[in-house]
Design a protein around this ligand. Structure first.
Ligand code: M6R
Length: 608
C-alpha cells in the first residue's frame, strides 16, 4: 500500500525522495508525487500512474531544495488521478501532506472546513489534513499536527512540510507503520527501511500515536500531548544490493533463486551443538510451553498458506490441537481462546492490517502471541509477546516466494521445538527431523536447477483461462498457494482444492483439455492421489503432476511430470512450491505482464 518518504539534509531532496519511492514501489501504487521546499516555497509535482510518469512530468523542471516529501498512492478515497495523487495541499499551497491510511471521519471534517471557507480540489480524505494545518498553524508545525491527530479517526501515517519551516518535516502515525532513518546531518522517515536504506542503516520505529520532528540535526519524537519519548534505534542488516534485482529481469525471479539461502538463514544459529533446538526468541519457559492447550495460527494470503502447513507440522510433532485461519475472519467469529492458547501470527511485512488486528484481539483475550515475521521492528512484532524472525531478507516482488519458504521453515522449527520441550517426540527423532530440514536448501537448489521443463510448460499454458490445482495433506496448502500465484501474477482463473474434495463439486469444472496440476510427492496418501489424477484425466483433463524422483505410480496418468527430489513427506511443501512459483512467473512474463507489480495488488495490505 502507499509508500512514504520524508527527508531533511544536505543532499538534493528530489533525488533522495525519488530513490526512496523507487524502493517502495513494491508496496503497490497507482500514482506518485513529491513536494520539495526551496527558498520559502513548496513545489509540488504529482502524477497518476507509475513513477516514470512522475519523472516524465518533472522532466527538465528544476526542483532544487534539501527538504522533501514523497508518496506512492494506492487509491482508496477517489480514483487514481493526477488531482488525487499526493502530496495534497491547502488553499494557499503553503502546506503539503502525504498520507497512508484512511481518515474515517473525513466527511465530517470536510463539511466543517467547507463551512469555514476552504475549497477542496481533490476527492481524497488526505486533503482535509492540509486544510486543518492551514487553519491551526501558529508557527509550531509539530504542535499543530499533534492537535490535528487528536481529531482524526482511522489509521494514518502523515508526513507534512510547511513552507515557513525550512528545516522541519513532521510525521505522525496511528495503526500503520512509520520508521525513522537516522543519518549524519540528514534524517529520514519512511514507510519502511527500504525508503532510506541507500543512505543509512540506523533506524528507529515510531510507536502508536507519536509525532516525529525530523530536522537536519536530529529527530524528536513526542506523544500527542507533546511529551518527548525516548526510544532505541536498531541497525538494519539488509543492504541496498539485497534490494536490487541482481541481474534478473524481475525481483520475483531473483527472490525465487534466493530461496535456498533464505531457508539457511532461517535455520541459522537456532540448532544447538547437540542437534536440538534453541528458540529463546519464543520468550516462553518450558512450563509455559507445557501449559499450552491449543494453537491458533493466523495470517493472510500466502502467509495463511504457510500457517496451514504449520498446522500439519504442529499437530504431528507437538500433538496439540491446531487451527489455522485467515486473519481477516479471526476476530469476527468470537474465537474461544485464552491464557493457555498460543496464537501464531504469520506475516512477512509484519504490518498486514487484518493480522495485526487478530494479534490485538488475541492479546485482549489473554492468549500468548508469537509473531513469525520477516520484518524487525514491524508493528506485529512489537505488539506480540515474542517474535521469531524468518530472516528472509527484503522481498520486493508483490508475490510472496522466499517469505513463504522461510515462514514454513519457521513453522517447522516451532513445531519441533514444542515437541522437544513437551516431550511428544524423543530427542533422537527431533534431531533426525532437524537433519532432514537442514538438507532441504540443497534440495531446493536441485529443484531450481531443473526448471527448464517448467518454462516450457509455461509457454504451453500461456493462453489458458482456467487451471485447477489439487493436493492432499501438506500438498493442499501448496495447491492453494500455486493457485494464488497464478491468479495474482497471470490473471488466470485458478483454484486449489483438497484432491479428496473434487468429486463433491469441483470436478464439474473439468472439460477436455482443462489443465489440472496435481501435487503428488511420495506420501502415505499417494495411492489416493493417483486415483484422483485418473479421475480428472478420465474426464478430459490435461494432467500435470509434481512427483518424486523414481516414483512411477503416477506416470501412466500424467500428461506432464515435474520431478522433485525425495524428502520427508511433511517437508515436501518446500520443494513442491518452487515449480509452481516459476510456472506462474513465466506465464505472466509470456503474457507480457508486470511480474513484480501485478495489477490492483499491494505488497503490504495495511487497510482492512
Ligand atoms: O506481509 P504479509 O505476509 O502479512 O502479507 C500477507 C499477504 O498479503 C501476502 O502473503 C499475499 O497474499 C502475497 N503477497 C501473495 O503472493
Amino acid at each position: 500500500m502507499c509508500g512514504i518518504v520524508g527527508y531533511v539534509g544536505e543532499q538534493q531532496a528530489l533525488e533522495v525522495v525519488l530513490g526512496g519511492l523507487r524502493r517502495l514501489e513494491y508496496r503497490g501504487y497507482d500514482s506518485a508525487g513529491v513536494a520539495i521546499l526551496h527558498g520559502g516555497r513548496l513545489q509540488v509535482e504529482r502524477k497518476a500512474g507509475k513513477l516514470s510518469n512522475l519523472e516524465k512530468e518533472i522532466g527538465e523542471k528544476s526542483l532544487p531544495g534539501t527538504l522533501g516529501i514523497g508518496h506512492t498512492r494506492w487509491a482508496t478515497h477517489g480514483p487514481p488521478t493526477d488531482r488525487n495523487a499526493h502530496p495534497q495541499v491547502d488553499c494557499a499551497g503553503k502546506v503539503a501532506v502525504v498520507h497512508n491510511g484512511t481518515i474515517e471521519n473525513f466527511e465530517v471534517l470536510v463539511r466543517g472546513l467547507e463551512d469555514r471557507g476552504h475549497t477542496r480540489t481533490s476527492d481524497t480524505d488526505t486533503e482535509v489534513v492540509a486544510h486543518l494545518v492551514e487553519e491551526r498553524y501558529d508557527g509550531d508545525l509539530a504542535a499543530t499536527v499533534r492537535s490535528i491527530c487528536q481529531d482524526l479517526e482511522g489509521s494514518f501515517v502523515l508526513v507534512i512540510a510547511h513552507q515557513d519551516e525550512p528545516d522541519l518535516v513532521v510525521a505522525a502515525r496511528r495503526n500503520l507503520p512509520l520508521v525513522i532513518g537516522l543519518g549524519e546531518g540528514e534524517n529520514f522517515v519512511g514507510s519502511d527501511v527500504t525508503a532510506f536504506i541507500a543512505h543509512t542503516r540506523e533506524a528507529r520505529a515510531v510507536e502508536q500515536d507519536q509525532v516525529v520532528e525530523v530536522r537536519r540535526s536530529g529527530v524528536t519524537v513526542t506523544d500527542l500531548e507533546g511529551n518527548v519519548v525516548e526510544g532505541d534505534s536498531y541497525h538494519v542488516d539488509w543492504d541496498t544490493a539485497a534490494a536490487e534485482k541482481g541481474g534478473h529481469e524481475f525481483f520475483m525471479l531473483k527472490e525465487i533463486e534466493e530461496q535456498p539461502a533464505a531457508i539457511r538463514e532461517t535455520l541459522g544459529g537456532r540448532l544447538q551443538e547437540d542437534g536440538l533446538l534453541h528458540l529463546d526468541e519464543l520468550s516462553m519457559s518450558d512450563q509455559d510451553i507445557r501449559d499450552i492447550e491449543q494453537v491458533v495460527i493466523v495470517g493472510c494470503g500466502s502467509a495463511y498458506h504457510s500457517g496451514l502447513v504449520g498446522k500439519y507440522a504442529l499437530e504431528r510433532w507437538a500433538r496439540l490441537p491446531v487451527q489455522a485461519e485467515m486473519a481477516s475472519e479471526f476476530r469476527y467469529r468470537d474465537p474461544v481462546i485464552g491464557r493457555s492458547t498460543l496464537v501464531i501470527a504469520v506475516s512477512q511485512s509484519g504490518e498486514t492490517a487484518d493480522t495485526l488486528e487478530a494479534v490485538r484481539h488475541a492479546r485482549h483475550l489473554r492468549a500468548k502471541v508469537l509473531a513469525v515475521t520477516n520484518t524487525v521492528g514491524s508493528t506485529i512484532s512489537r505488539e506480540s509477546d515474542a517474535a521469531l524472525y524468518t530472516r528472509g531478507g527484503p522481498e520486493v516482488a508483490v508475490a510472496s516466494t522466499k517469505s513463504v519458504m522461510t515462514q514454513i521453515t519457521a513453522m517447522y522449527l516451532v513445531g519441533l521445538y514444542l515437541a522437544q520441550v513437551r516431550g511428544t517426540r524423543d530427542p533422537d527423532e527431533v534431531r533426525a527431523h532437524l537433519a532432514d530440514l537442514q538438507a532441504v536448501p540443497a534440495l531446493v537448489q536441485e529443484v531450481l536447477d531443473r526448471m527448464g521443463p517448467v518454462r516450457q510448460l509455461a509457454r504451453e499454458l500461456v493462453d489458458e483461462e482456467r487451471v485447477l490445482f489439487l493436493g492432499r495433506h501438506v500438498g493442499y496448502p501448496m495447491a492453494l498457494e500455486g493457485a494464488l500465484k497464478l491468479k495474482e501474477l497471470a490473471y488466470i482463473g485458478a483454484e486449489g482444492f483438497p484432491a479428496g474434495e473434487i468429486k463433491h463439486g469441483p470436478i464439474a469444472l473439468v472439460e477436455q483439455g482443462t489443465p489440472v496440476i496435481v501435487i503428488a510427492p511420495r506420501h502415505a496418501l499417494q495411492a489416493k492421489l493417483v486415483n484422483n489424477v485418473q479421475e480428472v484425466r478420465a474426464r478430459g483433463a490435461r494432467t500435470i503432476v509434481i512427483a518424486t524422483d523414481g516414483d512411477e505410480s503416477v506416470t501412466p496418468y500424467a500428461d506432464t511430470i515435474i520431478r522433485i527430489p525425495d524428502t520427508k513427506s511433511l517437508l515436501t511443501p518446500l520443494l513442491t512450491i518452487v515449480p509452481l512459483q516459476v510456472l506462474s512467473a513465466e506465464i505472466a512474463r509470456a503474457r507480457g505482464l508486470d511480474v513484480d507489480q501485478p495489477r490492483n495488488l499491494a505488497k503490504s495490505v495495511t487497510v482492512e
